[in-house]
Ligand binder design. Structure first.
Ligand code: NAD
Length: 557
């Protein structure tokens, strides 16, 4: 187990009596440098003979990793290779990921992570993170105490019930907290020792997993109702006791639980739900940026969502919040967001609506067909968050192009196989006029001689910066105003060059500077709203940057 770290510097190990030695040092991913240990380190740390004689630089090691990475025949094999590197040498893993974010994100996160989760028990090598199962009821604090680090600042927790758009994957969902936390480090420089991935295993209703001999979770149906809430309560209380500075990020819970959990936690625990609020931040930023192209004002937009779940309602709520900043009343703002769910348009006359949809149940005749809803409402933007592939058909996209000079079309469902339409379809069916974003990455599209680079509305643009900002001001709570500030900051960082390519988010290569700016915006809200638990430094950006982990090897002697 790694020695306990309490600060965020890679140099912690320097002269640290707890620094492991010899073979234990090579087998400790937090400290291992592999062939890059220097001659002096090899002499003093008991490594002589345990490594081949030639000392390599970190840059040379990166070449080796990338050579092997490229040779792998499939993305899943690339995922397995990268996780194995993370298990061996964390610093090198982050060096590679940070320096090659564009090729690494689709592997360590969506879409490949979805495939990895579906097969998690089949590709299992070493455990990562904490599993808290129903067997631990009454003892969750003790289980948390087994985690080797005490100064945890971010917990990403799932119960595996709605993994991406793939449904209930039970304990196989662990790939998501692991991947998200890798992005916290890669995108915002939050030290890996601050990060704790957790899966709470309350069973699964996925019949094929229950029959799978290699399934790694509890072989039982999910518990629900009061028993579920009691278990989650015990978990949350235990995290607050042991890790009082940690943000608790709810991840990939099904919407039957997600809205309730968020409502119960948001005013008393430093927490947020990324599927609801992080998605909202990235989508709102996309709409704000799109308006730079269309020339409109947010308060005059009409958004029509396909899907009224966590992502859709989250985006609706934050968009309404932003419209109210432009002077609309709450009722006026909500009236600009319309939803179609699996039963049709969300309208007042419906009696089957769950609580989270009620704010958006407007006075209108019932319409069951999405295209008819477009014709009736004439939205300026359609946002796909249904988890159902190919729902933005050619007639739908063409209708948007008929109604709008520059239609805003976001096909956000993940992974790629679930997207409501492809980038190529959006550009072709609108004759290159669509302002398009997707949840999973699409390659650039050439349409009639012009190359369009589709924007990826990935939450990774938002949550790492929000987390870093919350850490920087030691926030008590995470509030909507912070997601609004994050969205605005993200939109402000899109350059005219990005826009000229059709890209409505900054290049991934700028992710660290983007996250630092978002963190400043978020921390400013913390100070303004008296949610910060530490004094504001004179230079907030410098403070934020000083917190950011740099995966460059440090000398241990
Ligand atoms: P959810 O289960 O909470 O909601 C899905 C919604 O889609 C429900 O309202 C359901 O009624 C509706 N729906 C299902 N079938 C439909 C149909 N045929 N027609 C119309 N509506 C239909 O799920 P969620 O958390 O909101 O996620 C939805 C999708 O969005 C997933 O694929 C997820 O991966 C994706 N997502 C993307 C991002 C991102 O790219 N940034 C972030 C979060 C979620």
């Amino acid at each position: 187990m790694p020695a306990k770290k309490t600060t965020n510097k890679t140099t912690d190990a320097k002269l640290d009596a707890s620094l492991p030695r010899g073979i234990n040092l090579l087998q400790n991913p937090a400290y291992n440098k592999g062939t890059a240990f220097t001659e002096e380190e090899r002499n003093q740390l008991g490594l002589r003979g345990l490594l081949p004689p030639r000392v390599h630089t970190q840059a040379e090691q990166v070449i080796r990793v990338m050579e092997n990475f490229r040779k792998k025949p499939t993305d899943l094999e690339r995922y397995i290779y990268m996780i194995a590197l993370q298990d061996r040498n964390e610093t090198l893993f982050y060096r590679v990921v940070m320096d090659n974010l564009e090729s690494m994100m689709p592997i360590i996160y969506t879409p490949t992570v979805g495939q990895a989760c579906q097969l998690y028990g089949h590709i299992f090598r070493r455990p990562r993170g904490l599993y808290i199962s129903l067997k631990d009821k009454g003892n969750i604090l003790k289980v948390l105490e087994n985690w080797p680090y005490r100064d945890v600042r971010v917990i990403v927790v799932t119960d595996g019930e709605r993994i991406l758009g793939l449904g209930d994957l039970g304990a196989f969902g662990m790939g998501i907290p692991v991947g998200k936390l890798s992005l916290y480090t890669a995108c915002a420089g939050i030290h890996p020792a601050y990060c704790l991935p957790i899966t709470i295993d309350v069973g699964t209703d996925n019949e094929s997993l229950l029959k799978d001999p290699l399934y790694t979770g509890l072989v039982q149906k999910r518990i629900r109702g009061a028993a579920y809430d009691e278990f989650v309560d015990e978990f949350v209380e235990a995290t607050q006791k042991l890790f009082p500075k940690a943000i608790v990020q709810l991840e990939d819970f099904a919407n039957t639980n997600a809205f309730r959990l968020l409502k119960n936690l948001r005013d008393r625990v430093c927490s947020f739900d990324d599927d609801i609020q992080g998605t909202a931040g990235v989508a709102l930023a996309g709409v704000m940026t799109a308006l730079r192209v269309t020339g409109g004002q947010l308060k005059n937009q009409k958004l029509l969502f396909l899907g009224a779940g966590e992502a859709g309602i989250g985006i609706g709520d934050l968009t309404a919040f932003a419209m109210m900043k432009e002077g609309l009343s709450e009722a006026e703002a909500r009236n600009r967001c319309w939803f179609v769910d699996s039963k049709g348009l969300v309208v007042k006359s419906r009696t089957d609506l769950s609580d989270h949809k009620l704010h958006y149940a407007h006075d209108h005749a019932q319409i069951t067909d999405f295209q008819q809803a477009i014709e009736a409402l004439k939205p300026t933007a359609i946002i796909g968050v249904s988890g159902r592939p190919r729902m933005f058909s050619q007639p739908i996209v063409e209708a948007m192009a008929r109604i709008n000079e520059r239609p805003i079309i976001f096909a956000l469902s993940n992974p790629t196989s679930k997207a409501e339409c492809t980038a190529e379809e959006a550009y072709r069916w609108t004759k290159g006029r669509a302002i398009f974003a997707s949840g999973s990455p699409f390659d650039p599209v050439n349409y009639e001689g012009k190359t369009f680079v589709p924007g990826q509305g990935n939450n990774a643009y938002i949550f790492p910066g929000v987390g870093l900002g919350a850490i920087a001001c030691d926030a008590k709570l995470i509030v909507d105003e912070m997601f609004y500030a994050a969205a605005k900051s993200l939109a402000d960082q899109v350059t005219d060059y990005d826009l000229s390519l059709g890209r409505i988010y900054p290049a991934l290569t700028r992710m660290r500077e983007v996250s630092a700016q978002i963190a400043v915006a978020v921390a400013e809200v913390g100070y303004k709203d008296k949610l910060a638990r530490c004094k504001r430094p004179a230079d907030l950006l410098a403070h934020v940057e000083s917190l950011m982990y740099d995966p460059t090897y440090q000398s241990y002697i």
